[in-house]
Write a protein that binds this ligand. Structure first.
Ligand SMILES: Cc1cc2nc3c(=O)[nH]c(=O)nc-3n(C[C@H](O)[C@H](O)[C@H](O)COP(=O)(O)OP(=O)(O)OC[C@H]3O[C@@H](n4cnc5c(N)ncnc54)[C@H](O)[C@@H]3O)c2cc1C
Length: 389
């Protein structure tokens, strides 16, 4: 079937990418009355690599959008504590109720992404999966005025829009086509291997930090996501040839007890790896285009904050697009950078693995302060119109 069938020739916004950043932006724009088309080359409900943890800001947003009850209905476990292990020393922090958030969640992406897509559709957005962006339409002055789309059968369509939004991930095609400049780049990266396990008995989030090694246990739908991380330079040497052997060795470096618990648990599917990429901030707006989520701002996954920031920026961008002026879009970039830079810097320091235990604790304290001011800012938005106004 032609996935482009029945589309209009013009929308207020075309969004490329229908995961957390794209679907959330579509939801908010459609709720504000905009006519939105969202396309994604992957299938509805497909998985993507992630350790899945949502921070308080993300849960706050999902609450505000009326979607948390859907997470609970999908069997997503409530998370009420987080424990940090520094070479064996455990520090447990209970999740205190704040901004109406009483617990955290770590939904499988096969739950979170379609949930956002469904909400966007209910709000009136047109969402088509199996459709790729193949090019941008530009006016003679260079302004982006539409997109060329192609489905798996080879059918093509050219659709006009006031704005084309790239929510198409770290290797964004939209960013490449508009030549969006990278102006901040991190200096470190971690390589991650993760899997989904059944039979683990732990409640709450558990994060382990040791010399050149980290690990985590995260309760999700139908089991636990368990990950290990090492400096990206050591990724191939650690996992080459036998990923499971490397995975268990890094667990052992963090906690022999964790390794034996994981040994007894059952792996669902296979282990998946991410070799690492440096954090970056790119220009995220221009004439007729914008970027949201990883497309414009990527952070090393070791602080588990990409989804939270994608939902935050969906809110900031949709407010700016609703205002519709050049100044509003420029303010979106400024707001995003002001909130993101401290997060990117502390994440980069954590991903360097060049800390001792005392320094790791200090970095996590800094992360907690930055996350708190980000959540306060997001929470203030409901009362305050965007700074972009
Ligand atoms: C190993 C790892 C672990 C992570 N763990 C966490 C975590 O615990 N918590 C957290 O908050 N974040 C985590 N992240 C980060 C998080 O996954 C990302 O920040 C988040 O997925 C970004 O969402 P997005 O919507 O911007 O982009 P993506 O999730 O990358 O989605 C982009 C979408 O765009 C589509 N697309 C791309 N190009 C095209 C095209 N040309 N045409 C049509 N469609 C296109 C893709 O098919 C894709 O569906 C992790 C990342 C990694 C790598």
């Amino acid at each position: 079937m032609n996935a482009l069938h029945g589309l209009d020739t013009r929308y207020d916004a075309i969004i490329v990418g229908a995961r957390c950043a794209g679907a959330a932006t579509a939801l908010l724009l459609a709720r504000s009355g905009a006519r939105v088309l969202v396309v994604d080359r992957q299938a509805y409900g497909s998985d993507t690599i992630s350790t899945l943890a949502l921070m308080r800001g993300a849960v706050f947003q999902l609450n505000r959008w009326g979607l948390t009850s859907r997470l609970a209905a999908a069997g997503t476990p409530a998370i009420r504590s987080t424990t940090f292990y520094y070479e064996g020393e455990a520090i447990q922090v209970d999740i205190r109720p704040e901004h109406g958030v009483e617990c955290l969640f770590a939904p499988r992406r096969t739950v979170l992404d379609p949930l956002l897509v469904d909400a966007a559709r209910e709000a009136g957005a047109e969402v088509r999966h199996g459709v790729s962006l193949s090019g941008l339409q530009t006016a003679s002055g260079g302004r982006v005025i539409g997109a060329s789309l192609r489905d798996a059968s080879g059918a093509c369509a050219t659709i006009r829009a006031d704005i084309v939004i790239g929510a198409d991930g770290r290797q964004s095609t939209v960013a490449q086509l508009v030549n969006a400049k990278t102006y901040v780049e991190g200096s470190s990266a971690s390589g991650v291997v993760l899997g989904h396990f059944e039979g683990m008995q732990q409640d709450g989030l558990h994060w382990y930090f040791a010399h050149h090694a980290a690990a985590g246990v995260i309760p999700t739908n139908g089991g636990h996501c368990i990950f290990v991380a090492v400096p990206a330079e050591q990724f191939h040497a650690t996992f080459r040839g036998d990923v499971m052997r490397g995975f268990l060795e890094v667990l052992e470096m963090n906690s022999p007890r964790l390794r034996s618990n994981v040994n007894r648990a059952g792996l669902i599917g296979r282990l998946r790896g991410f070799g690492g990429a440096r954090s970056h901030l790119r220009s995220c707006q221009g004439a007729g285009w914008a970027l949201v989520g990883d497309a414009g701002y990527f952070k090393d996954p070791l602080t588990a904050h990409g989804i939270t920031d994608s939902l935050r920026d969906a809110e900031l961008l949709s407010r700016a697009v609703s205002i519709g002026s050049t100044q509003a879009l420029e303010s979106y970039q400024h707001e995003r950078d002001t909130l993101s830079l401290p997060l990117l810097q502390v994440t980069d320091a954590i991903a360097s693995f060049s800390w001792n235990v005392a320094e790791a604790k200090q970095l996590h304290k800094e992360l907690s302060v930055v996350m708190r001011s980000e959540t306060d800012y997001i929470a203030s938005l409901s009362a305050n119109p965007s700074l972009a106004a």
